[in-house]
Write a protein that binds this ligand. Sequence first.
Ligand code: PXP
Length: 247
Amino acid sequence: MAQKRLRLGVNIDHVATVRNARGGAYPDPIRAAKLAEEAGADGITAHLREDRRHITDADIDGLVAALSVPLNFEMAATEEMQAIALRHKPHAVCIVPEKREERTTEGGLEVAREENKLAHFIAPLRDVGCRVSIFIAADRKQIEAAHRIGAEVIELHTGAYCDAHAEGDFETRDRELASLREMSAFADSLGLEVHAGHGLTYDCVQPIAAFPEVRELNIGHFLIGEAIFRGMTPAIAEMRRLMDEAR
Ligand code: PXP
């Protein structure tokens, strides 16, 4: 049976990191987002951090005004961010941990311990039509909690898998991959849409792209780095090709 097409969300945060290194106006993350769109990105992801270390409020305003593809707005579960999301009503809101105490040891958001708080937090976002995604580790307990609080999407944290791959620790890599595979199927069986991301590169994307339940990958740091060498359009085109080949 043919698999459903895998969407690519391009995260443009680190264009803003380079811009902010000099405090000026370039490179412009909105221009990068438009180029990514032309190069075949199905969506643009941007994380407005509480400390505004890369993306700024003005960048979010600019993205909302300029994009033709959906915006996936990543944010911490704070009142300030909730108000910004409610004002812009982006297509998707992905709740991510920023503080150490918000994350599980594997790196994703600690949903199970904060279930009540998060359920109340995401309800108004869902009410205005945002698709709410929760960035979590491949952990059954966290997936069940994400489902109970009413999230429609989970994004599985692929960081540990990618790190193990890069370090040549293949035992850990294969264990992480097996657990990502099993938990993708489990989340899908609960009716959650499954996304994945963090640390993905040309070298490690294909085994994740091959999971039939995964519908979207969000990739940033590697692609922005690769764009320095080959340009944004070819860098994205190669990721797209690898993803399609893996399906
Ligand atoms: N998905 C989420 C939820 C993220 O927070 C990030 C950025 O840290 C990414 C995907 C993209 O990760 P990377 O920049 O390593 O590709």
